[in-house]
Design a protein around this ligand. Sequence first.
Ligand SMILES: [Zn+2]
Length: 698
Amino acid sequence: MDEQTAARPTEPAHQRVLHGLADALHRLGEYELELRTWERLDALSEGTADRSAAAACSAASLADYRSTSAWLERAKKAGAPPERLLEIRGRILSRRDHRAAVAVLRRSLDSRPTVSCLNALALLHASAGDEKAGRDAARYAFRLASPGDTADPSHWSDDRVDALVNAVLLNAVPDADQYLGPALTLRTDRADLHELWSRTTGRGQDPAHRTRRSLRSSWSGLRPGPASPAPVTGTVRGTCDPDGFRLDISLTRNGGADRVVLVINDGYTVSVRSGGDLRSWGKAAPDRSLPVVGGCSRELLTWRQGETTAHLTLRGRPRGGARFRTDLVEVDGLSAWLPVTEHVRGIRWSGVHLRPADGWELRLSEPDDGSWSPGFVMRVREDTPARNRAAAAAPAMAWFDKGMEVWSELVGPAKRPEPVVVRADSTFCYTRPGYVRIPSGMLDRPDQWPVLAHEAGHLWWGRPGQFEHEDAWIAEGLAEFTLHLLEDARPRLAYRKAALRSLGGLAAVPLAELWNTRQGPDGMAALRVKAGFFVSMLRESLGQRAFRGFLHDLLTWSQTQPLDAFTVMARASSDLIWFGEQWIHHRGTLEFDMSGSTETRGPDRYRTSIDIRTLSVFTPGAHLCVELELCSGARSRQDVRVETGRANAVFLTSSPPFRATLDPDSRWLIPEQKIIEFSDAARARRIAKEPPAHAESQ
Ligand SMILES: [Zn+2]
């Protein structure tokens, strides 16, 4: 591997790009494209040993043994070291003959132990179920790979990353996962590192988490890593105005690691006042003062021997997540204006003291336990006195109050926040503990006021109830569910039907994908709507009583620790995991076919039979409601269980049927509502409704 990286700088730029492309394709498992890229490179200049060896590897992955041996021959001619050739032979054999492959890899190791070959051996053993031998090889590879400065970008070559991944994956080296954060910082291109890191850090020792991991994990040998490093405690004092922040920050380590990767937003200049060394991944900082430019920067803070607190100064206007105007400064959350660590909750802010400049007003939300981001709004010299602004917001806030009412009734009270109207020509509002931000543009748009009911939902869901970042869409769904609850109380609100229509083609996109790719207001709106329906369908599946219990449970649990989707589903019911899988991870919706027939059973006696068939792969797995509207205008409802795809409802009525509707209240995510009309009856009813022909002439 080291030969490979060393070879690159001598290649012309376009060849280096192709070389990088081929490496990336290999990581993605796109061996065919990779092989073609190697061939193209080979046509441009004579193949080097490492290039030919890499091409042999990709040909071997494609099981194209003729091409493999041709490339191997070329690699040999170009002077590839014998142990490298043996290693590739071992990799090829591993697909056919395990024992022969092990023998060849061992011969290669005898000639010269390389990290790459040990990695191959570790995986070979592990995939054959010999975990002990796999662990031994992984441990050896890790030991061989470790010397060197792990904070040095050039340290993390592919082989070393592979060794780290194997060490963690096979549980071969107890503290190996400590290196995941630093490695990830430098190798953001390695998707496996991201995945592994997210699986092994920041998790508690709660049994639900363990279940989740064991079920979700597709890698054998993955064990829960040691508890995440002890957090750093931070305090901050400073001021803020349109010129920016001036912050004095103290970070104290509570035992644990003596170094932490700080992620600081673009727009600041950072310096160390005392205690600790700050080192930029990008450039050296001889004067210990670094301008942060181009996105967020990652700085490595190291405490010196015997020191536990480092004092930093941040000056400037952070760009991401912050808006600076002459009359208003808005910052979305802590992470926009304060450093965070690679571990999302690595810093616990125990004190945040901001002083506004003269003539300014500062809005800090009430921090719950100090670990959550208080966002805030600052205003100055608004034209309208505060009391009048609050009065202007009153009709819009009525929606907020309605939202609070339904949730208070369901799960218990919350403290009503104060509306803060800011001058902004938009409809973007949000809730923080202590205040609701309402843009002045919204006050003139009554059609947008229901959004405030959603915001009221966030008083319970989002904060204090928290969800893991990758599953934070659950908070959005629960907040949006407020509108479902309001429609239950006031059917004329007709939220659900309009919301279903608004989804359009996005109805089928899995929730996880909507959340991960949410872009622009449309994507976000679709996510809220679909997630709201997810909660609605969960209520249908659980039944009202169990659902209420589930919400109580969820509120309690999400206040003690952020929950992920798996835990939420596991807490909802032990047999609804499929429900979560279906809506969160798979593409699709519910689709039904409905047909009906009716027969007369004597005078004023009708028997109507409705057949429902599931056409989609998705299934509700619970009762669906069928409503039969009669020619007399009366309505009758029945719940049918559409579990395995087919269900039937029979209605005995004294008036002929007029129309049948599936899920008349739109509680399920069925983009195309199923309605059948009984043609004769419908015609009869229409005629009955029309005034008699002669009536016109009178
Ligand atoms: Zn929301």
